[in-house]
Design a binder for this molecule. Structure first.
Ligand SMILES: [Zn+2]
Length: 143
């Protein structure tokens, strides 16, 4: 692990990335208040309760690493701020791509590994700072 970043993410986890506990693959309705969500499946740590959802077309493939409440909260905030760079804007898929490339550059990681779901707490904090930097840059350009 370098700078808190796992460059190889296991999308089929068996061991918890947070506590080393046993991870099981199960229905996610116990997590999302009895409602099934997304693929309907998740990976959950039997020790600390951290979890991660999975892709709908590939229900065995996790979105990223298992997250605890603190990570989920920060991930949510990061996504909200980050999505403002492209959401509801013209050329949004191009803008989205550019924004990810810009963030990856600031974080000094390959763009294909630049996903909030892949970030641990240390990395999420760095990503949050990177987003603030990107917002400041855009403000400057508007002046
Ligand atoms: Zn755990």
């Amino acid at each position: 692990m370098v700078n808190g970043f796992h460059s190889k993410i296991n999308l089929y986890p068996e061991v918890c990335n947070l506590c080393g506990g046993k991870v099981i693959y199960t229905d996610n309705k116990n997590i999302y208040h009895g409602k099934s969500y997304g693929s309907g499946k998740c990976y959950i740590c039997t020790n600390c309760g951290a979890y991660v959802g999975t892709h709908k077309p590939r229900p065995k493939e996790a979105f990223g690493i298992l997250a605890n409440p603190e990570m989920r909260k920060l991930k949510h905030i990061c996504h909200q701020q980050f999505d403002n760079f492209w959401q509801g804007k013209p050329n949004r898929s191009k803008k989205r791509k550019k924004a990810y490339a810009e963030m990856a550059k600031i974080l000094e990681i390959p763009v294909e590994e630049c996903h909030f779901g892949y970030f641990d707490l240390v990395m999420l904090k760095k990503a949050y700072k990177a987003i603030k930097q990107m917002q400041a840059r855009r403000k400057k350009l508007l002046k």
